[in-house]
Design a protein around this ligand. Structure first.
Ligand SMILES: Cc1cc2nc3c(=O)[nH]c(=O)nc-3n(C[C@H](O)[C@H](O)[C@H](O)COP(=O)(O)O)c2cc1C
Ligand code: FES
Length: 538
């Protein structure tokens, strides 16, 4: 690609329209619009131009969805509109797996061949793909179907994998998740108007004894598309309670609760929020890390799909406590259903005064923007995520400074995982002092355990830390023999595993599994991410 402005083949009308759908029509000739006489004398730039580059990812998504790839002409036009050097924009476009910078068919199938899907026939699915569409990544024109396919790391559908995601570009773009993948399902899904997204998730306890449930309490009990349904189940009462307690009161409750982050570093949430709340530099930002890309993990997805308003309420409490007026939910691009439900929920909350300039008439402003990732595991690391929201490659920054000191746009920023955030209303509900008594003293809470389809009852189960693994997943009676049949439980799941390699998921052989209680902080259940083992270990 020639990295210069002014390429031979300028952006097509539809590419320009895609860019305008995010940025609005160009105001002047300097922004790629119609050149007027005044443009010869006046140029606009400065602060207004510098405030734009963070929109690069949304614009790239719009073009990718419309045209199926980001052509040199489209990139040239985007650079003109956002005042970004072409080399920088190309660096970003070529960084993310869901963007393509070479001509591509309008339909691309991403087939998960990660751990949980492998034990559920991912290789056979790949073989079928090869028979139908040729080799992975083969030129779509050669197979006559106009479809390309490629292998993908975990798509976060391990409870019902083997999984695939179809990206359709065009006037009616769509992302369709198929899980489990069934060759007969593939045909209708490949049509220009694919069927609606994935079926509702499996939440084993939704139909049984719900008493141990805390974070999953509302799952299956309410309409995730209805703010009224959420309110009928006590929704937004904890925001009211947070405002009554004041920022310092909320922070005190979090510290009493000994809440530790669930994203990997297990950092005390109360301390993090306090560092941002008391930072004199303004403005402050809060971010929900919904990039969940750890192989075998899907609990954040289920929580967002089934209880989206709870996440908005928790993030609003975070914004109020940290003194931020703007929050972001950064969600991975492979979660179309969760994203759609969150976007709908944000619209509803805004129209009913739960977001906006005067939240619930309580005299503080707060709003939320949902930002879609584009297929980069590393974007889950908090500083990489900040870079991604700023419109850059999702590459981690050096720490210090930590985000609480210098985060999004160089301002104090608090970042928390979905599950961590959903603990906050629960803490306010039962009181911070009561929270440490759930689970073990070192590991309070009932985390959702991610049980892959290989087990008897797949789905996110809510059990107390400190119990044995035996009851999880249906008393060990897995379809393939429970834990024994699965061959073992991969260790770790936290940063230790992820930092090494995204595909590395060390597995503890069944013979070494113990049924003794393990504290949250122990290596085996650092993140309570339990996955099926590879067939090799069966
Ligand atoms: C390589 C890498 C990937 C990560 N991926 C995620 C992720 O997908 N989701 C997440 O919440 N945290 C992830 N983290 C942890 C975040 O950097 C950060 O610690 C976390 O979002 C903070 O939220 P918490 O305090 O609620 O845990 C990752 C960290 C590393 C080093
Ligand atoms: S969706 Fe395939 S391993 Fe998670």
């Amino acid at each position: 690609m020639d990295l210069r402005l002014g390429v031979a083949a300028p952006a097509t009308g539809e590419e320009r329209a895609a860019v305008a759908s995010v940025l609005g029509p160009p105001g002047t000739g300097w922004e790629g619009g119609q050149r007027e006489a005044a443009d010869g004398h006046v140029a606009y730039g400065g602060h207004a131009a510098r405030a734009q580059p963070h929109l690069l990812l949304p614009v790239l998504h719009a073009v990718q969805e419309r045209a199926g790839w980001i052509s040199p002409g489209a990139l040239d036009h985007i650079c003109t509109r956002l005042t970004i050097p072409p080399a920088e924009a190309y660096g970003v476009a070529s960084f993310y797996a869901l963007f393509r910078t070479t001509p591509s068919p309008s339909t691309v199938i991403h087939v998960c061949d990660d751990l949980a899907c492998r034990v559920n026939g991912a290789e056979q699915v790949c073989e079928q793909m090869e028979r139908r569409f040729g080799a992975e990544g083969a030129d779509a024109a050669s197979n006559g179907a106009g479809v390309a396919w490629q292998r993908s790391p975990c798509l976060g559908q391990c409870d019902r994998g083997s999984a695939a995601m179809i990206q359709h570009a065009g006037a009616e773009p769509a992302r369709v998740v198929l899980a489990p993948v069934d060759p007969d399902q593939l045909r209708p899904a490949l049509s220009p108007m694919p069927p609606a997204g994935a079926a509702s998730p499996l939440v084993p306890q939704a139909a049984g004894d719900r008493s141990p449930l805390r974070l999953l309490r509302r799952v299956g009990q309410m309409d995730p598309g209805s703010l009224g349904s959420y309110r009928a189940m006590g929704g937004y009462e904890m925001l009211r309670r947070a405002v009554a307690a004041g920022p310092q009161g909320v922070i005190r409750e979090l510290k009493d609760a000994k809440l530790l982050g669930r994203g990997g570093a297990a950092f005390p949430t109360g301390v993090k929020w306090e560092a941002v709340a008391t930072n004199p530099v303004r403005p402050h930002y809060v971010i929900c890390n919904a990039d969940e890309s750890e192989p075998g993990t899907f609990k954040d997805r289920v929580l967002m799909e089934e209880d989206p308003y709870a996440l908005l309420e928790a993030l609003t409490i975070m914004g109020y406590t940290c003194g931020a007026e703007q929050g972001y939910i950064y969600i991975r691009g492979e979660y179309p259903l969760a994203e759609a439900r969150l976007r709908h929920a944000v619209g509803q909350a805004r129209s009913r005064g739960f977001l906006g300039p005067d939240v619930m008439g309580e005299g503080f402003a707060f709003d939320i923007e949902v930002r879609r990732g584009a297929g980069a595991y590393i974007a889950g690391e908090e500083t990489a995520l900040v870079n991604s929201i700023e419109g850059k490659r999702a590459e981690p920054r050096n720490k210090p400074p930590f985000p609480a000191q210098s985060g999004l746009f160089g301002k104090p920023t608090a970042i928390n995982n979905v599950e961590t955030l959903l603990c906050v209303p629960e803490i306010l509900r039962i009181g911070g002092a009561a929270f440490p008594w759930i689970g073990t003293p070192t590991s309070p809470r009932t985390p959702p355990f991610c049980l892959p389809r290989r087990l008897y009852r797949p789905g996110p189960d809510g059990y107390q830390v400190g119990g044995t693994r035996r009851p999880v997943g249906g008393g060990g009676r897995g379809a393939g023999g429970g834990w024994a049949g699965a061959g073992g439980v991969p260790r770790g799941g936290g940063a230790a595993v992820r930092r090494g390699c995204r595909r590395s998921s060390p597995v503890v052989p069944s013979s070494q599994q113990r049924s003794a209680p393990r504290p949250w902080a122990s290596a085996a259940v650092v993140k309570c991410r339990i996955r099926a083992a590879s067939p090799r270990l069966r």
